[in-house]
Design a protein around this ligand. Structure first.
Ligand code: BEZ
Length: 251
């Protein structure tokens, strides 16, 4: 199973809309063609899926959050609630696309094998997600606070999968893919709200490790610790994102 569903479409709209807005680079790598059948893995509320459809592709979306699937369906998208570790498709897509979702799937070999099964021979797998070193400052702040206050070591633990290019390439090749290009892309990312909003939305599973009554104070302590590094003198926050982006095809 993936993690419990911490997602709320409203909270996502306020604190994390930038995630789909920043998907343009990986969309260009995919270069969807009219008539292609494409799976959008981790489609969220479908903001980027709509662009695939606008390019003339026939698109199916999957996500593990019922709230997000409801949002995608309200846009008219053929969206299915499905665990990315257990994709239920066989030899039917020209491409599998994913933006900002694979870092939530912490058994990457199960995901990659499912993608390989879903693709037709020669099909492409094009995706972007958090790579090695992603949100390092935020992770360290959370880990330090949670260890000191609750004696829980390595708090984000395996909540996120942020691989290096070498690690992810190995996994893809083992599953029968040839990797056409893969890169780590540092991308300091302005946060539209503030660090507390970011933590509540995107680090909800990490905050979920601590007792409910303490979550707000952990969030606020982390934000205070991060302020000198990630907030400028005008009060604008920037998250220390590093993306991994790749294009591979089934051999
Ligand atoms: C990311 O998109 O890089 C990200 C999302 C959630 C938590 C951490 C990082």
């Amino acid at each position: 199973m993936e993690k419990p569903d911490h997602w709320s479409a409203d909270r996502y709209e306020t604190n994390a809309r930038f995630v789909s807005d920043l998907g343009a680079g990986v969309f260009d790598w995919l270069a969807p063609k009219a008539g292609e059948r494409i799976l959008d893995l981790g489609c969220g509320d479908g903001a980027l899926t709509e662009k695939l459809i606008a390019a003339g592709a026939e698109v199916v979306g999957t996500d593990f959050s019922a709230d997000m699937i409801a949002g995608a369906k309200s846009r008219g998208i053929d969206a299915h609630l499905m665990d990315g570790h257990a994709l239920n498709f066989d030899n039917e897509f020209n491409a599998v696309f994913s933006n900002a979702a694979l870092h939530w799937m912490t058994r990457p070999d199960d995901v990659i094998n499912g993608v390989a099964r879903a693709l037709k021979p020669g099909g492409r797998f094009v995706a972007e997600f958090g790579g090695h070193g992603n949100v390092a400052a935020i992770r360290i702040a959370l880990a330090g606070i949670i260890e000191r206050r609750f004696d829980i070591v390595d708090a984000p633990g395996n909540i996120w999968y942020f691989p290096s290019c070498a690690e992810h390439r190995r996994r893809l090749e083992r599953a029968g893919f040839a990797v056409d290009r893969i890169a780590l892309v540092p991308r300091p990312t302005p946060i539209p709200s503030d660090m507390a909003g970011w933590l509540e939305t995107l680090a909800a599973p990490v905050l979920g490790i601590v007792p409910e009554a303490s979550r707000a104070s952990v969030r606020d302590e982390a934000a205070a610790l991060l302020r000198p590094a990630l907030c400028d003198s005008d009060g604008n926050w920037t998250a220390d994102y590093i993306r991994i982006r790749f294009e591979a095809h089934l051999v």
